[in-house]
Every structure is written in C-alpha cells, then in structure tokens.
Design a protein around this ligand. Structure first.
Ligand code: NAP
Ligand code: GDD
Length: 338
C-alpha cells in the first residue's frame, strides 16, 4: 500500500518540491489549497496534468489553516500517514503589517493541525506523523554562531514569534501525547520557484529583466544582512528524512555558510554581465522595524542522524536562479512582441 501524505502549503515553493519528491517515492499525495479569486497552483500544475486519466497521485482539497473544522474533515477523509505543515504567511517584513493574521495562521494553525491529529489518532488508533516547518528566524538576534538545535531562540518579528509558538507546541504534543511530531529548523532556502518578493528572487528577476530592457532599476533595503542560503530541492529531502526516523526529533538544516545580500547581488548581476551599482537604489520601505543581522546554521546533527547534506552550493544556487529567470524574461519579451 502506498503511503499517504498530506501537505499544507502545497502551492508554495517548498510544497511543490516536496510533492514532487513524495510522488517520485510512490506516495499518494494530498494538498491543502486555499480558495482565491485566481488559481494559485502554478507551481504544481505540472504534477496535476491529466489527473483522473493518467492516475496522478496528487489530489487537492480546499482548506485554510484558520479553519479547524475544515482541517479536521480533510484529515478524516484523507487518513494520512504523514502530515507536513508548510503553510504560512511566510514573509517576515509583511508580518509586521499583519501580526495578528500571521500569528493566527502560523502559530494557531499548527496547533489546529496538532489537535486534529491527536483526536484522529485516538479515534482510529492510528499514529499519524507530523512535520512542522520551523525557521532559522526563530534564532533572530542570535546569541551564537553557528546556530544549532540547542541555541536559544530570540525572535525578532511577529512571524518569528509565531514560529516559536508552533515549535514549542510541536515539542509539547510529542512530550504530552507521544505524537510523532518533528520540527525542522530550516535556514533560508531558495530556488527558481521562490516567491518574487523574497530578496534572492527579487534580485534574480530584476537583474534578468534589466538585462533585457524590461526594467531599469531595483529598489532594495538592507544589503548588509547575512543569510545561510541553500537550495529548496535539497531541503525538502531533509523534511522527508526527518519523518522516516524511529523517533521524532528536531533538526537544523543549513549549509553552514553565510553571505550578504550584497554578495548575492554581485554574483547575480555578474552572471548577466552587469554592474549592480548602476541599477540598485536604497528604499526604506524594505527595511524592517527589527532586523536579523546574521544567520548561519550548524547541520551536523542532520548529517550524523539523517545522513543529509546539501548538494547545491551558493554560487550554483545564484546561477540556477539567474538562468531560470533569464528564460522567463525572454518569454516575457516575446509576449510583448519585442
Ligand atoms: P511560501 O512559498 O510562501 O508558501 C506558503 C504556502 O502557504 C503557500 O502554499 C500558501 O498558499 C500557503 N498558505 C498561506 N496562508 C495560508 C492559510 N491561511 N491557509 C492555508 N495555506 C496557506 O513558503 P515556502 O518558502 O514554501 O516555505 C514553506 C514553509 O517553510 C513556510 O511555513 C515557511 O514559513 C517555512 N520556512 C521557509 C523557509 C524558506 O527559506 N523558504 C525557511 C524556513 C522556514 P498560497 O499559494 O495560496 O499563497
Ligand atoms: N524581502 C526583501 N526585500 N528583503 C530584503 C530586501 C528587499 O527588498 N532588501 C534587503 N532585504 C534583506 C532583508 O532585510 C533580510 O535581512 C534579507 O534581505 C532576507 O530577506 P528575505 O528574502 O525576505 O528572507 P528572510 O530571511 O526575511 O525570511 C526568509 O527566510 C526565513 C528563514 O530564515 C523567509 O523564507 C521566511 O519564511 C523563513 O522563515
């Protein structure tokens, strides 16, 4: 019998890579999508093509992390073996504008799922496994570098505070009810499918559009912030590995290197043969009320226990994203008939 996985956030960057990975492993995959006035399934359409005719094992269900009743119904219908909670209002800057909504979806959303799984397990004598998409943002104003599983949290945004709540509830359900509930503490991971308002994708999209004359400048905030950037495709493998262990636990997933936003800019613009200094302007709208200056993770526990390590390095990641966005910009140019 194929294993059954339920993914919240299936339409997001990580959801699309994880759905691909699980389908390739023979899983039956179910995804929760929220209703919107236009389709939000662009990242997973290639997995759904022909559903019902070619036996695709990806099925979508309308639901929302704000709606506990709906989540419970989906879990009852799907009877998953593994639940991956990837849904979130995941933009740190925007969480300062929408703190209450972010706390509801990111913090209470995780709790709603945990409660639904706890009841489902008791009612059906099952042991559904739960993965919580934790974040290096929880380390925030970090007290040590690199950050590891034992580093204390010091969240610096409504988003990070909500992720800390979800993290500790996940630990609590493991300890209180014996739930297989695992926290992945993932450092920044990017890809050509990254949302366009995160800094890496904003840069690669703009550099390539500027190169083709579709845009003339790029407005950015703090260029000195440093992040540990990896490739999303590598990071979803770590999520799956965490869910296959005999015991649930918490793991840091990171590359162990940190680079500044400016270094990312330099590499991306170099790739298209431009000098970023001629196009980038500072815009304080992109600054945050509280900034996280530097994040870098120590993933040695994941390497030791899960046998996981990243395959794509920093410059390969930048090049992959620039090359994909150059193709996208060329398509845009053709659509404009230029
Ligand atoms: P993303 O691209 O922003 O995707 C977020 C997903 O959550 C989307 O599918 C979105 O649906 C869905 N969503 C948002 N609000 C929802 C709600 N109220 N109910 C149901 N679904 C909702 O994020 P990502 O980069 O794939 O990240 C996946 C998870 O990992 C997130 O929880 C994020 O916070 C966490 N994380 C990410 C990173 C990273 O560097 N990428 C690092 C650490 C942790 P729509 O498509 O409809 O918007
Ligand atoms: N988004 C954005 N836009 N960030 C900018 C800009 C800009 O114009 N200019 C500078 N930055 C800086 C931010 O201030 C931050 O220090 C850094 O670039 C990275 O910003 P983001 O790409 O928005 O990512 P993030 O680190 O805040 O959050 C991402 O990673 C977290 C894991 O550490 C998100 O994916 C979170 O969901 C995730 O938890």
């Amino acid at each position: 019998m194929a294993k059954v996985a339920l993914l919240t956030g299936v339409t997001g960057q990580d959801g699309s890579y994880l759905a691909e990975l699980l389908l390739s492993k023979g899983y039956e995959v179910h995804g929760v999508v929220r209703r919107s006035s236009s389709f939000a399934t662009g990242r997973i359409d290639h997995l759904r093509r022909g559903y019902g005719t070619n036996g695709s094992r990806l099925q979508l269900h309308y639901g929302d992390l704000g709606d506990a009743t709906g989540l419970r119904r989906i879990i009852e219908q799907v009877r998953p073996d593994e639940v991956y909670n990837l849904a979130a209002q995941s933009h740190v800057r925007i969480s300062f504008d929408q703190p209450e909504y972010t706390a509801d979806v990111v913090g209470l959303g995780a709790l709603r799922l945990l409660e639904a799984i706890r009841d489902h397990n008791v009612r059906h004598k099952r042991s559904v496994r739960f993965y919580q998409a934790g974040s290096s943002e929880m380390f925030g104003k970090a007290v040590e570098l690199p950050q590891r599983e034992t580093t204390p949290f010091h969240p610096r945004s409504p988003y990070a505070c909500a992720k800390c709540y979800a993290h500790w509830q996940t630990v609590n359900y493991r300890e209180a009810y014996g739930l297989y509930a695992t926290n992945g503490i993932l450092f920044n991971h990017e890809s050509p499918r990254r949302g366009e308002n995160f800094v890496t994708r904003k840069i690669t999209r703009s550099a390539t559009r500027i190169k083709l004359g579709l845009q003339d400048k790029l407005l950015l905030g703090n260029l000195q912030a440093r992040r540990d950037w990896g490739f999303a495709g590598d990071y979803v493998e770590a999520m799956w590995l965490m869910m296959q262990q005999p015991q649930a636990d918490d793991y840091v997933i990171a590359t162990g290197e940190h680079h500044s936003v400016q270094e990312f800019l330099e590499l991306a613009f170099d790739r298209v043969g431009l000098d970023w200094r001629k196009y980038v302007e500072a815009d304080e709208r992109y600054l945050r009320p509280a900034e996280v200056d530097v994040l870098m993770g120590d993933a040695s526990k994941a390497r030791r226990v899960l046998g996981w390590q990243p395959k794509v390095n920093f410059s390969q990641l930048v090049n992959m994203m620039v090359d994909a966005d150059l193709e996208l910009a060329e398509r845009e140019l053709r659509t404009l008939g230029r």
